[in-house]
Design a protein around this ligand. Structure first.
Ligand SMILES: Cc1cc2nc3c(=O)[nH]c(=O)nc-3n(C[C@H](O)[C@H](O)[C@H](O)COP(=O)(O)O)c2cc1C
Length: 208
């Protein structure tokens, strides 16, 4: 099949994002850029509490070295910064835990606005595994985890969004998922976020 289509026969609804409210811009952008993988970030609070929060504005930035980034926006109330940002600035490290099928509800619950002295890990009953290169623990049950040290934080937009960049200093992959550095996508099958409280699982793999 060719990618060519008769553009003249198509119709589109036009949007000028500057005329939308912030909530509308959020809804339309996060509904359009899908599916988004989820960085379930563990970080250490000042009192040693393990914080966990999901971030789906998440991307590979470089491979030499391996750099991953996720974007932390303001709280809906616009009040104090999110715990993850505060923790990562202070400890300069974090873990990105990839999210397996079946964690849809717990990930959603972890994103509720819990006070800084509440550990989502304890609250939701996650078990942790010690990391090898950093202090922040990983989440048991996640099939792939990246231990990261903070590389930089770059601010974008007016709110602003804080784009957190981490250098991967160790990567853990569940045994049996990888052969010669190739990860079996079906066995791995992380979930991804679409709009609102909705998630998707991996569907058909199509060879180009
Ligand atoms: C699946 C999912 C993805 C999310 N992605 C982001 C994101 O990319 N950026 C962001 O600022 N908040 C995102 N959120 C909201 C945060 O998880 C939420 O604000 C959380 O309370 C932050 O926790 P913290 O204060 O412990 O850091 C997401 C929520 C969910 C459920």
């Amino acid at each position: 099949m060719s990618a060519a289509v008769d553009g003249a026969a198509e119709t589109f609804d036009y949007f000028d994002l500057t005329t939308l409210t912030r909530a509308e811009r959020y809804k339309i952008l996060t509904g359009a850029v899908i599916p988004r993988p989820i960085a379930f970030v563990t970080s250490l609070g000042p009192n040693g509490l393990v914080n966990a929060a999901p971030f789906s504005q998440f991307v590979i930035l470089a491979v030499d070295p391996g750099l991953l980034g996720f974007s932390v926006g303001p709280r809906p109330t616009g009040s104090h910064p999110k715990d993850t940002l505060v923790n990562v600035k202070a400890s300069r490290e974090f873990v990105i835990n990839m999210v397996p099928e079946g964690w849809e509800s717990v990930v959603q619950q972890a994103s509720d606005d819990h006070p800084a002295d509440v550990s989502e890990v304890d609250l939701l009953g996650f078990k942790t595994i010690a990391s090898t290169r950093i202090e922040t623990p990983r989440l048991a049950g996640s099939k792939i985890q990246f231990e990261c040290v903070l590389e930089q934080i770059v601010n974008f937009g007016d709110a602003p969004n804080h784009f957190v960049v981490g250098k991967v200093v160790a990567m853990h992959i569940q045994s049996g998922l990888t052969s010669d550095c190739k990860i079996d996508p079906k066995a791995y099958s992380p979930i991804a976020r679409i709009g609102g409280r909705n998630y998707v699982r991996l569907g058909d793999v199509v060879k180009a």
